[in-house]
Design a protein around this ligand. Structure first.
Ligand SMILES: [Zn+2]
Length: 64
């Protein structure tokens, strides 16, 4: 199971698998995983990457 999580500090999306903590690539913040931070789940890395693209797209669309 892959988890798509967002960084509580800057909101960037990260893909993780079986980790208790994750480090944000954008701001460098290390976060302990909580259910609140999980925005989606996926059964494969490909599916997870597609969902991250969709999340980024919908997030950008809301700004307009
Ligand atoms: Zn961040």
């Amino acid at each position: 199971m892959y988890l798509i999580v967002h960084c509580p500090r800057c909101g960037s999306y990260r893909l993780i698998k079986g980790q208790r903590t994750f480090k944000c690539f954008s701001c460098g913040n290390t976060t302990t995983l909580k259910a609140d931070y999980v925005v989606a789940t996926a059964s494969s890395a490909d599916e997870a990457r597609r969902k991250i693209v969709e999340l980024k797209t919908s997030k950008a669309a809301r700004r307009e």
